[in-house]
Design a protein around this ligand. Structure first.
Ligand code: AMP
Ligand code: ZN
Ligand code: FE
Ligand code: FE
Length: 288
């Protein structure tokens, strides 16, 4: 059984529509794929419908933009209820922050001599309610300023880079609580990728596990080298956290993130699904 629990569609900053993504997952030999777009559930119904047609199990996911002491941290949520008012309200706030910072980034890019218009960015955004830096990167490519998203990030858009503008994100601890309140399972995405180890030291992960019931962390991810994966895996067994693995596929928007390049153990998926059933039963019992 091949399981990939972290992917993006054109409903955020991936390049496949949700249905295309599931078609590609089937072709890549995946049995289970989670669609986990940034800060929106909008692609899930199409992905699930495509999964039913193609015999691929689609897990309803989300990648929630959180922050810890000013550093960005991504939290994967599985099976969270999209109609949960508190979560829906927070997602709307995060998406507003995404839209609101575009003008600031474009002003910085113009000052750097690589202007693109807001219209050009919104053309790249297309159907996505969740505007991201990758869309701005795509507008820079279209204008001929850079050759690909990687160059756009490396030169201008990286965290703290010359065209970077901070945006609203909720505190990680509140994010974990919010996902649980919406009946979901919370897994921190690529916790130690891109220098995040200082942001998320073992003590913090231990406290999140013990005091907030954090469910797991993504261990096998392309942003983690072999040694990082080994150390994270050890930490998950010490803390009793689930260890997931996934591609973080973005279609043609990200190289070296092919569907199924990392996978999750079937026992881990079974435990995630068991927790979702338990969460739903306890919410029904408490009348939430
Ligand atoms: P944002 O959502 O606007 O904060 O932009 C961050 C997103 O950009 C991440 O979730 C990645 O999907 C993507 N990203 C970050 N670095 C790169 C890169 N070097 N090349 C392509 N995409 C990237
Ligand atoms: Zn992304
Ligand atoms: Fe991420
Ligand atoms: Fe992602």
């Amino acid at each position: 059984m091949r399981i990939d629990l972290h992917t993006h569609s054109s409903i955020s900053d991936g390049t496949d529509t949700p249905a295309e993504l599931v078609e590609h997952a089937a072709r890549a030999g995946l049995d289970v794929v989670a669609l986990s777009d940034h800060d929106t559930f909008d692609g899930l119904d199409d992905a699930v419908a495509a999964g039913e047609r193609l015999g691929v199990e689609v897990v309803r996911g989300l990648e929630l933009s959180c922050a810890r002491q000013g550093d960005s941290v991504h939290l994967l949520a599985y099976g969270a209820d999209p109609t949960s008012p508190a979560l829906a309200e927070e997602l709307a706030r995060v998406r507003d922050g995404r839209q609101g910072r575009v003008a600031g980034v474009l002003a910085k890019l113009a000052a750097l001599g690589v202007p693109v218009s807001e219209e050009a960015v919104m053309r790249q955004v297309g159907d996505s309610p969740s505007v991201g830096r990758p869309h701005i990167a795509d507008a820079l490519i279209e204008a001929g300023h850079v050759k690909d998203r990687t160059e756009a990030f490396d030169r201008y858009l990286f965290d703290g880079g010359p065209a970077h503008v901070a945006r609203y994100a909720l505190d990680l601890v509140d994010g974990v609580d919010l996902v649980h309140a919406a009946g979901g399972v919370a897994v921190i995405a690529h916790p130690w990728g891109r220098g995040r180890e200082k942001t998320l030291p073992p003590e913090l992960l231990a406290a999140l596990a013990a005091e907030h019931g954090l469910d797991g962390i993504e261990v096998d991810h392309q942003d983690h080298d072999r040694d990082t994966r080994r150390r994270l895996r050890k930490l998950t067994s010490r803390l009793g956290l689930l260890a997931t693995g996934s591609s973080d596929y973005h279609g043609t928007g990200k190289t070296d993130h092919d569907l199924g390049c990392n996978t999750t153990d079937p026992d881990v998926l079974a435990e995630i699904q068991a927790r979702l059933v338990r969460n739903q039963l306890s919410q029904r019992a408490t009348g939430v």
